[in-house]
Design a protein around this ligand. Structure first.
Ligand code: NZQ
Ligand code: MN
Length: 391
């Protein structure tokens, strides 16, 4: 058996109240922190202030960069890099969901790698262009997650959107693994129901996609199948009652397991095709795009996949507590997305037939590597058909 895989290399502090550790943890890695946050949720809830206070109590100088939008954009990241460079930061602390964490990862790269007139887009590869190299000079990153979704607190990925072209794609480097992750259940407990649903579906998609990926490894199944079991047990409860700490904890563990699963094996066509949907309208949440695409792509993979793929989907069905028929996994996903309000075709998200050509172009330009991990090979006409079937 031959395989290669990134293994986790993040120190994780998990539980209720662990945010208090952030000062001590960060001081192990630097003395001038750039604290990166989203558009206001963390400030409103008081977590931005408490994080800043904890950092200062441990002797760190803190510069705050707020305003990272969902599906973080190139200009926002470039601005954060400018601020981080000017304040001479030597460590980056992310506070928020995947958007704040990914922006912070990209900022940690840019602060030490930018040459004159650079932009973070130069560090992201597309089908016609190699990215500039990311090196060990990248600043250390401390991730404090406030959503249970992307797994970004344990992944070597950062996903960035270019608003000029609508392209959305990932940066991948071992140097953007967070050195420390702080997973405080008090933070995720404040997620509103809609964000709980969208981010929770992302967890499920990661687990299912890593499980069936052509790049699957012997390490993947324990993480991916456990994450699916946890989502199946806890997501609806977390959605219906945000104060249910047991459900929040279940989703937080699932998020972490699924993040490790995608680090090991990557995602497949669902993620590849989803980026065009959120990239061309950044108001559409990543998890919603995944929910609108998943059943169609799962059905196609089960119909045209080989025996191994069918077996993988049958394992997913069982992890959901269903019978071992691979198709039962599709049924389980549809039932779950209905319960959490995400069962919507692309037309309900405002798209129509005229958008499909651009989606296909973006998918092949920005997400070809992800697409190549799909267990059934997908050419342009098949991708086109998936988008139209999802309308
Ligand atoms: O912007 P603020 O004010 O912070 O509000 C956010 C945002 O409006 C809000 N929110 C987050 N935590 C909250 C909260 N509101 C109340 N209480 C809390 N505890 O929720 C909204 C969504 O936040 P966002 O960070 O955009 O969501 P998510 O965590 O789903 O991150 C999505 C981004 O991560 C990328 C996605 O593509 C997308 O850009 N991904 C990153 C990955 C990675 N780095 O490994 C993998 C994923 O597949 C994904 O692509
Ligand atoms: Mn995702």
């Amino acid at each position: 058996m031959n395989f290669s895989a990134f293994l986790p290399r993040t120190f994780l502090s998990f539980g209720k109240g662990v945010l208090g550790k952030v000062g001590k943890k960060t001081s192990l890695h630097g003395s001038k922190a750039l604290l990166v946050a989203g558009e206001g949720a963390m400030k409103k809830l008081g977590f931005l202030d408490s994080t800043k206070k904890f950092l200062e109590q441990s002797g760190l100088e803190v510069t705050v960069f707020e305003g990272v939008e969902p599906n973080p954009s190139v200009p926002t990241i470039d601005k954060g890099i400018f601020i981080g460079k000017n304040s001479d930061c030597d460590v980056v602390v992310a506070l928020g969901g995947g958007s704040a964490m990914d922006a912070a990862k990209a900022i940690a790269v840019g602060i030490t790698h930018f040459e004159e007139d650079d932009t973070i887009w130069n560090f992201i590869g597309t089908s016609d262009r190699e990215p500039k190299p990311i090196t060990s000079a990248t600043l250390p990153l401390i991730a404090i997650t406030s959503t249970s979704g992307t797994g970004s607190h344990v992944t070597p990925y950062a996903v960035v959107t270019n608003p000029e072209t609508g392209e959305k794609t990932g940066m991948r480097s071992e140097f953007i693994y967070p050195v420390e992750s702080i997973y405080d259940l008090e933070l995720v407990k404040s997620m509103p129901a809609k964000v709980t649903a969208e981010t929770g579906f992302d967890v499920l998609a990661h687990a299912m996609e890593a499980h069936v990926s052509t790049n699957t490894s012997p390490f993947t199944a324990p993480f991916s199948l456990t994450a699916i079991e946890l989502v199946s047990r806890h997501l609806v409860n977390a959605f219906e009652n945000g104060d249910n700490l047991e459900a929040r904890q279940g989703m937080a563990l699932a998020d972490t397991f699924a993040g490790i699963a995608i680090t090991l094996s990557g995602t497949i066509a669902v993620h590849a095709l989803s980026h065009a949907i959120s990239g061309n309208n950044t108001e559409i949440a990543h998890g919603q795009a995944l929910a609108s695409l998943s059943p169609t792509i799962m059905t196609l993979n089960i119909e045209f996949g080989d025996e191994k793929t069918k077996k993988h989907y049958s394992e997913i069905s069982t992890a959901f507590g269903k019978d071992a028929n691979p198709v039962s996994s599709v049924q389980a996903v549809i039932e779950l997305s209905k319960k959490i309000g995400l069962f919507k075709p692309l037309s309900e998200l405002g798209y129509s037939n005229k958008d499909i050509e651009k989606f296909c172009k973006d998918t092949f330009n920005a997400s070809q590597r992800t697409l190549s991990r799909n267990p059934v090979e997908l050419d342009k006409s098949k991708v086109n058909k998936i988008y139209s079937d999802c309308l």
